[in-house]
Design a binder for this molecule. Structure first.
Ligand SMILES: CC(C)(COP(=O)(O)OP(=O)(O)OC[C@H]1O[C@@H](n2cnc3c(N)ncnc32)[C@H](O)[C@@H]1OP(=O)(O)O)[C@@H](O)C(=O)NCCC(=O)NCCS
Length: 420
């Protein structure tokens, strides 16, 4: 059967405020965090009939308890989507939500779906990292991977060993930059518009409402960071200050065929250009974004010089710096993580990929001069993932008049959503 691939677009994304693991969401279920996100997407987009959603792909790294039972399906039912809308669960650890997006995008391009919900959740308070895992003893007995490969902080120390020019001082300075940028982004109202308020409960404290991220530490200084312990190695370089923390949170977004978005009047925030995942030595998983980005650029016929905006997940400062050094980008380049990153905001593993996309979409909206941007992240067990996007507002982008009109309405939509 002859077939044509369809263009795929990122319509809109939302997320819960991120919490410290087991803190403000201690008594909130992980699946309810996802439900909040799905319901908010529907509230923001009344132009989307819920029965037009063809699938719901939700990622979680630990798929048991309140993150189990095929969370894409349970969250769809709990969110009140018609029972005819199916759903499923996805896992690629930190890149879960990113993989949810690329997977539904592939289905959309192929013609299997018109519109899909993709996202992720991690309640690291309910599901501590590594709890319940049972790695095959052959990994170590046959030296398939170095023993440090299963402890992400240890892999970050390995990365410092590989790149001795990335010192603790550089890592700490980068961490301060991330904190400062988040503080500025909050002051500018750049983050709040994507947040879904979440009702929280606590037997001790009663009901509450989470409206802002809990992890940021405004006013962080390099002097304070220099005092912190290095929990992953004696006299190491990775600390609680230059690493992402342990967090709870969820994200979700709408992905659609461009022609269907136009038909329904859905905004077009970003157009998918290419994506790639790559494998590296698990002992230095943090270098993953380098080959995945090279692969994604190659598939798109682009070079790093074509990229005007980068959202890179900050699992660890060292891993961001390794990426930036490789591509010859300065650590404080405004094209990279302009609203800060995971070191300050937190990194609820499987949810973070869509947070990156939400922030890139905002950069596209604010900078029509930027044509291409990328979202990238390192992934446990030695992987990297990269998705390259095109800005529909860019004058160089090929957009029909009707699509351009919808695209320019997108910012109004988001602002309206933020005000409510
Ligand atoms: C690094 C890690 C072990 C720290 O955990 P933790 O000890 O529970 O972290 P805390 O938030 O309690 O911070 C530890 C200390 O650093 C201090 N600290 C943290 N960030 C700071 C900052 N920005 N400025 C000043 N002090 C800071 C805390 O106040 C705390 O001090 P205290 O011991 O005097 O109370 C944990 O966050 C971790 O494992 N991160 C990596 C997560 C990960 O691997 N994700 C997957 C990536 S692939």
């Amino acid at each position: 059967m002859p077939r044509e691939l369809r263009d795929v677009v990122f319509v809109d994304g939302v997320r819960t405020p991120f919490g410290k693991a087991g803190s403000m969401y201690a008594e909130t279920r992980a699946d309810d965090l996802v439900v909040n996100c799905i319901r908010e997407l529907l509230r923001r987009h009344p132009e989307l009939p819920p029965d037009r959603i063809d699938d719901v792909a939700i990622a979680a790294t630990t798929q048991t308890g309140d993150q189990g039972l095929t969370i894409g399906r349970t969250a769809a039912l709990l969110a009140g989507l018609p029972r005819t809308v199916p759903g499923y669960a996805i896992d690629r650890m930190c890149a879960g939500a990113m993989t949810a997006v690329t997977t539904v995008a592939s289905g959309i391009a192929f013609g299997a779906y018109d519109v899909a919900v993709a996202g992720g959740v991690e309640h690291m308070g309910h599901h501590p990292m590594g709890a319940g895992v049972d790695p095959n003893p052959r990994f170590v007995s046959e030296r398939l991977v170095d023993e440090s490969s299963l402890v992400m902080g240890a892999t970050a120390e390995n990365l410092h060993d590989r790149f001795p020019e990335i010192t603790r001082e550089r890592a700490d300075a980068y961490a301060v930059l991330s904190q400062d940028r988040v503080q500025q982004a909050y002051a500018d109202g750049a983050i709040q518009e994507s947040l879904v308020p979440v009702a929280t409960r606590s037997v001790e404290l009663g009901w509450g409402l989470a409206t802002a991220d809990e992890p940021p530490r405004p006013g962080t200084t390099v002097t304070a960071l220099a005092q912190l312990k290095t929990p992953f190695r004696a006299h190491g370089r990775v600390t609680a200050g230059n690493a992402a923390g342990l967090n709870d949170g969820a994200t979700a977004c709408l992905v659609a065929a461009e022609e269907v978005a136009t038909e329904l009047g859905l905004p077009i925030a970003m157009r998918l250009v290419s994506f790639a995942f790559a494998g590296v030595d698990p002992a230095v998983m943090g270098v993953g974004p380098i080959p995945s980005t090279e692969k994604a650029l190659g598939k798109a016929g682009l070079t790093i010089d074509d990229i005007g905006a980068v959202e890179i997940n900050e699992a660890f400062a060292v891993q961001v710096l390794a990426f930036l050094d490789h591509f010859g980008i300065a650590a404080d380049d405004r094209r990279v993580n302009p609203y800060g990153g995971a070191i300050a905001l937190g990194h609820p593993l499987a949810s973070s990929g869509v947070r990156l996309m939400i922030q890139l979409a905002r950069t596209f909206r604010e900078h029509p001069d930027v044509r291409y941007g990328l979202t990238t992240m390192c992934i446990g067990l030695g992987m990297g993932g990269t998705v390259i996007w095109e800005n529909p507002r860019s004058s160089a982008a090929d957009l029909s008049d009707s699509q351009a009109a919808i695209a320019s309405g997108a910012s109004d939509n988001s602002v309206k959503g933020a005000a409510k």
